[in-house]
Design a protein around this ligand. Structure first.
Ligand SMILES: [Cu+2]
Length: 166
């Protein structure tokens, strides 16, 4: 199955979590459960990390000059990174991981719905000025992925960074 929509995947993961207890109840009636919970969260750019196996911490700073620093991160395939994201400025910023297509689509959606929150998403951190947050991500697929601030105007101003996984 080709899946390029992290929001859809997040929704599917949420549904899968709801479905698991039902599946457990039904196990007596249906031989061979078919839950794929272990990989339900996997996206084209990786999957949520497990803090017990975090390989290392990478600190990313977001600035009111519409930049991330560092703006490029190199990762070994299979590493779980704990991103500690800081926002020392005054404006709200966000750190959203994805493919370039995901981020572009999402940035367009944000222009139509500027108040969208990403707090429920496991691959994004929204931060008001002066705040810090973190997210764990396992880079289970090789390639070039991106992190962007999708607040209207910020992405277009160049608030984007790259993760190279190999
Ligand atoms: Cu921003």
């Amino acid at each position: 199955m080709k899946m390029t929509r992290p929001r859809l995947i997040t929704l599917m993961a949420a549904l899968a979590m709801v479905a698991v207890p039902l599946a457990v109840h039904a196990a007596g009636n249906h031989a061979g459960g078919h839950s794929h919970a272990a990989t339900a969260d996997e996206t084209p750019f990786g999957m949520p990390g497990d803090k017990k196996v975090a390989s290392r911490t990478v600190t990313i700073r977001m600035s009111d000059a519409m930049r991330f620093s560092p703006a490029a991160v190199n990762v070994k395939l299979g590493e779980t990174i704990r991103f500690v994201v800081t926002n020392p400025g005054n404006l709200k910023h966000e750190f959203v991981l994805g493919t370039m297509n995901d981020l572009k689509e999402h940035a367009e959606a944000m222009k139509k719905h500027p108040d969208m929150e990403h707090g429920e998403e496991n691959h994004a951190v929204d931060l008001a000025g002066g705040k810090r947050g973190s997210l764990l991500w396992k880079f289970s697929k090789p390639g070039e992925f991106y992190f962007g601030c999708l607040i209207p105007g910020h992405f277009d101003a160049g608030m984007i960074g790259k993760v190279i996984v190999k």
